[in-house]
Design a protein around this ligand. Sequence first.
Ligand SMILES: Cc1cc2nc3c(=O)[nH]c(=O)nc-3n(C[C@H](O)[C@H](O)[C@H](O)COP(=O)(O)OP(=O)(O)OC[C@H]3O[C@@H](n4cnc5c(N)ncnc54)[C@H](O)[C@@H]3O)c2cc1C
Length: 532
Amino acid sequence: MMRYVGTVPKRSSQSLLVIDYKRISYLIIQPVATEHRGRFLFILFTLPEVCGNPLLATCVVSVNRSVTIEKFNIIIIGGGPGGYTAGIRAALKGAKVAVVEVDKLGGVCLNKGCIPSKALIASAEQYEKMKEAETFGIRLASPPIYDWLAMRGRKDKVVGMLVGGIESLFKSHGVAYYKGFGKITGKNQVTVQDENGGETKLETDNIIIATGSRAATIPIFPIDGKRILNSDHLLEVPHLPKSILIIGAGVIGCEWACMMSLLDVQVSLVELLDHALPLEDKSVADILERELKKRKVQVFTKTKVESLAPGPEGVKARLSNGTELNVNQVLVAVGRSFNTDDLGLEEAGVTLAKNRSIPTGADMRTNVKNIFAIGDVRGEILLAYTATHDGSVAVDNALGGKVEKNYSGVPSVIFTHPEVASVGLTEEKASEKYEVSIGKFPLRTLGKAHAINEIAGEVKVIGDKKTDKLLGVHIIGAHATEIIHTAALAINRGLTVHQLGSLVFGHPVIAESIMEAAHDLHRMSVHLAKKK
Ligand SMILES: Cc1cc2nc3c(=O)[nH]c(=O)nc-3n(C[C@H](O)[C@H](O)[C@H](O)COP(=O)(O)OP(=O)(O)OC[C@H]3O[C@@H](n4cnc5c(N)ncnc54)[C@H](O)[C@@H]3O)c2cc1C
């Protein structure tokens, strides 16, 4: 039996008692009214004589461990960037909404993905800049050294602050927050199982499933969290290895390869397909591979990791090209699995795809009218910002709207070194449908790139030769993930290459390279040598 041993605020005879919900399973008083908010159970009670007694550990009244509390317009299962933003949006639209989260608010994005990885990448890039100090006219008393645990500590601080911010936003907007595992137990019912075994049944008009994804486990690469890791493990390692093999040169694999090579780790990167970042334009990927090799990263494309076994350094890997690698650790960065187990989906009649993601229409509805799915769990695009967009579509439709997702002009942003960003079609894809024109502008021709000593990379603009319609923009270089949004808006609004290039850009900025590449497509860039 658990007991509450805190104190009750001495106030009036009718008072509001706030108890840490996690610590409660038996109540010390019979409540007049209760309301769950976040991790707290608010209890309105009328026992003036108890108020006078600061120690309540001995008075125990049991409470039913499975209770039906309230009815909502929308219940969202999962508090990641899809779920928590959908909760706030629903509240802003006047709905009574609850978010159920079993782990930490913010989901993978805030706790294990976008934010922690970018905080560590920022540390690694800072270290790199310090190594270049003399180029900028700064003499350091001694060469810079980094402290991995301090970098991790900074990352945790950033994450903690942002996660705490979500709880404050929930309070401010009146979003009810239930901590526990959410399960659909009826077409209009979600049951929350908390960590103490208690159950709360919530009634609702609509359910939004926002349960996300997790790192996939692949039988031939048995992840043990020590030698063979996934990205969750790598965020928490006590020290960095001297050498690492990264399996998979997708976004996560390439971001980690860059970050670790900046931190002096010997990296080998293996990709089954014919270039790194397989979804990006090949010419951009070629430049990234070149930059990785400059930093002594071994890049193997069209190569398979055949086997992993214990070896003298930790792990011995055999590749399909006959190479044998001896490394301290391995990062498996291939694939994600969808969090759809034990959710009660089959019982609720929700159809699942073969890979256990949840298919929806463009309105985010599953095959069951009042049950929606958003974000990673849909298996279409695994990005935080599309999860947020999905959430807003689902909320609008749950509240009677008729809205469809619009991914036109959604950029891809990749935090490699140099950064990669793109929007629209790759040259290969565009060529399947259009006769294309290409404009390119190398960053080494740009004043700002020299001023900040980041001259690697280029911008590539793809247009339709017939109509001049802008079809795609691909950037590799400093600040690519920021400046891509100019091009994203242009694609979203259906502009021509001429219209993109006709904007007067500020100077000196890296974004000028977009304008110059657009001019180059018409052979009108004033900063490039005349082409024959
Ligand atoms: C290393 C890494 C780096 C990344 N970097 C980027 C990036 O830079 N930019 C970007 O856009 N994306 C990035 N991503 C991807 C991004 O994190 C995801 O696309 C995004 O988090 C998906 O959001 P979501 O809301 O769909 O799901 P999630 O973030 O996965 O959240 C789902 C939540 O649901 C909870 N949950 C699951 N089941 C239940 C249940 N039954 N009851 C209650 N709660 C439940 C989980 O605990 C989790 O908190 C990265 C991912 C990784 C792994």
